[in-house]
Design a binder for this molecule. Structure first.
Ligand SMILES: [Zn+2]
Length: 121
C-alpha cells in the first residue's frame, strides 16, 4: 500500500490555510440566509470560529517551528526543518532522520510513535 508522506510543518500549515478558507466560505454562506438573522448569525459565528481555530493552529506551528531542527537536505542541499524522529524534506520530499539508528532504513512515520518504547529499552 503506497502512502504519501509530507513534511509535518507543511502539512499543518496547509491545514490552517484550509481552515481560513472554510471559515470565509461558511461566513459567505450566511449571506444566503439574510432573511433569517438567527441562521445568518450561526453561519457567521461558525466561520469566525473556524478562522479563530486556524489562528490557534498557526500559533501552534510557530511553537513547533522553534522545536524543529534545521538541517540541510542531503538530496537538494536546501535547508529544511525536521520535526520528530523522522520527517520529510520540505522541498524534495527526501526522508530525513535525526536518529543514526534509523539511517538507511525505510521511511516509516511510525518511528515517531515508537519513540517512548525504544527509549525504555
Ligand atoms: Zn530536499
Amino acid at each position: 500500500m503506497a502512502k504519501t508522506y509530507s513534511n509535518k510543518i507543511n502539512k499543518i500549515r496547509s491545514f490552517a490555510l484550509a481552515l481560513v478558507f472554510i471559515g470565509v466560505i461558511v461566513m459567505y454562506g450566511g449571506i444566503f440566509f439574510r432573511d433569517n438573522p438567527i441562521i445568518m448569525l450561526i453561519f457567521i459565528s461558525l466561520g469566525m470560529l473556524s478562522i479563530l481555530f486556524s489562528m490557534v493552529v498557526y500559533f501552534w506551528i510557530g511553537m513547533l517551528s522553534t522545536r524543529a531542527v534545521v538541517v540541510t537536505c542531503p538530496n537538494c542541499e536546501k535547508p529544511t526543518k525536521v520535526l520528530g524522529r523522522v520527517d520529510m524534506c520540505m522541498h524534495c520530499r527526501e526522508p530525513l532522520t535525526l536518529d543514526p539508528d534509523l539511517d538507511g532504513k525505510e521511511f516509516d512515520e511510525n518511528y515517531n510513535k515508537k519513540k517512548k518504547q525504544s527509549a525504555e529499552q
